[in-house]
Design a protein around this ligand. Structure first.
Ligand SMILES: [Zn+2]
Ligand SMILES: [Zn+2]
Length: 241
């Protein structure tokens, strides 16, 4: 029996299987989102920007690049998100991140793994890494939600997992209340890579929970590229507006 499945049986024992959104009981082992609430999760489908993955209205072809990416080319090579950050998904991510419901990593990590399978199947991925929290916030929260998601994705696909020596050079305000320009400024130069030589020449899959303007993942990708990363692919669970 795979280790993750054993862990899943254990967690089912510790956490009763009820839907995290509506509270109804969930019969499927390892699930914490009922069928109705799962259907409320709006998966992102084409059309979207070929670079940043931001959904667009109307008809565009597969090479379409949005005005944001044309104006300020992101430091990552491609970003994709599993679902729109709204409704049941938003509820789930908030419970995971702020309610310390870390067992939800299986629901959210499952969505993320599917997204990676669909959008990065033809790409080389040498290792999976994640957006670091500042040490102060990491202590307050006791875990890094993106790290748990990255470990889940790496474990499911058999990719190497690494923290890539990434760290935050300073504490930053939460991005949620800032406009696009302020978000960019807030995280500019806020990430660095310890000189361990590990990143150089590697193609990395960078994981975060939510992506909105892409300022954070782009700032992290920039630090990875400056440390010599060959490619930085980005995958997030939710895409905010
Ligand atoms: Zn439900
Ligand atoms: Zn774009």
């Amino acid at each position: 029996m795979p280790l993750w499945h054993k862990a899943s049986l254990f967690l089912d024992f510790v956490y009763p299987r009820s839907c995290v959104v509506c509270g109804t009981s969930v019969k499927e082992r390892g699930r914490h989102l009922c069928w109705d609430c799962s259907r409320d999760v709006s998966l992102i489908q084409f059309p979207f920007c070929s670079w940043c993955g931001d959904p667009v209205q109307g008809q565009v072809d597969a090479t379409y690049v949005c005005a944001w990416c044309r104006r300020r080319p992101p430091a990552f090579d491609r970003a994709r998100s599993a679902a729109h950050y709204e409704g049941a998904l938003q509820h789930c991510v908030k419970a995971f991140k702020y309610g310390k419901a870390t067992h939800l990593v299986r629901e959210l990590g499952g969505m993320l793994s599917s997204c990676v399978d669909v959008h990065f199947a033809n790409e080389v991925i040498d290792a999976v890494t994640y957006v670091p929290l500042h040490s102060r916030r990491r202590r307050e929260r006791t875990f890094n939600q993106s790290c748990l998601l990255a470990q889940h994705v790496a474990g499911r696909a058999g990719f190497e997992f690494s923290d890539a020596g990434l760290y935050r050079t300073r504490h930053t305000d939460t991005q949620a209340l800032l406009n696009a320009a302020a978000r960019r400024k807030n995280v500019e130069g806020a990430f660095a890579v310890r000189p361990n030589g590990w990143v150089s020449g590697r193609s990395l899959l960078l994981i975060d929970d939510i992506m909105t303007t892409g300022a954070t993942v782009s700032a992290v990708a920039k630090a990875l590229k400056q440390a010599g990363a060959h490619r930085v692919w980005v995958a997030t669970v939710g895409r905010g507006v």
